[in-house]
Design a protein around this ligand. Structure first.
Ligand SMILES: CC(C)(COP(=O)(O)OP(=O)(O)OC[C@H]1O[C@@H](n2cnc3c(N)ncnc32)[C@H](O)[C@@H]1OP(=O)(O)O)[C@@H](O)C(=O)NCCC(=O)NCCS
Length: 165
């Protein structure tokens, strides 16, 4: 057990342990769960991120289609989450967020490394993408993501904004 954090080191890869070890706050009791938070906690993080609240129908769908998810708690308090959904060939990371007061302490890194540990162990080398909020690209670059377009054969990621014709 990592002192003062509640983190069972046996459940963390050495990368996560080192990252947290350097940054952990003595008052945190960090707990990492590989699942979607309950709807109340999900909406708590969603609202504080400025993304609004989702209804149960959407929450249930998110739970159903997510291939992998991680929730981080300080004791019983939700402080971060992230998830990925895909079909075996293409996966997308969604909803990576950390509670404002806990940002800059390595929690986002725990979320990303937990998702990437899962992804890297998948068979058949699928593709992994995400859509970054403006200004957060540098965070994702630290974990091996590149802004598109980055190669001769790769165009920009695109978003549907409504029919023109
Ligand atoms: C983006 C976010 C998840 C990062 O979480 P965090 O817990 O603060 O991140 P960490 O403390 O683990 O930081 C990891 C590294 O990323 C860096 N980093 C964090 N935000 C960054 C940014 N916007 N640009 C560049 N680097 C960034 C940190 O400096 C740190 O670098 P270091 O390891 O060299 O010291 C958090 O800022 C957040 O929740 N933001 C609001 C929601 C949001 O915008 N989510 C992204 C949706 S696409």
């Amino acid at each position: 057990m990592l002192p003062h954090t509640g983190v069972k080191t046996s459940s963390l890869s050495s990368t996560l342990y080192n990252h947290l070890d350097m940054r952990y706050n003595h008052f945190m009791k960090i707990c990492i769960k590989k699942r979607i938070p309950n709807m109340r906690d999900f909406n708590f993080l969603y609202e504080q991120s400025g993304w609004g609240k989702i209804r149960f129908r959407i929450y249930a769908r998110i739970r159903y289609i997510s291939s992998f998810a991680v929730s981080v708690y300080d004791g019983k308090k939700i402080i971060g989450m992230g998830r990925a959904a895909g079909d075996g060939l293409h996966y997308t990371i969604y909803d990576v967020t950390v509670l404002n007061d806990y940002q800059g302490k390595g929690i986002g890194s725990i979320i990303m490394n937990t998702i990437l540990d899962w992804f890297d162990a998948l068979p058949d080398h699928p593709h992994l993408n995400l859509g970054s909020v403006k200004g957060k690209e540098g965070f994702y670059e630290k974990f091996g993501f590149k802004c598109r377009p980055y190669g001769e054969l790769v165009g920009a990621g695109m978003k549907y904004v409504g029919r023109l014709i």
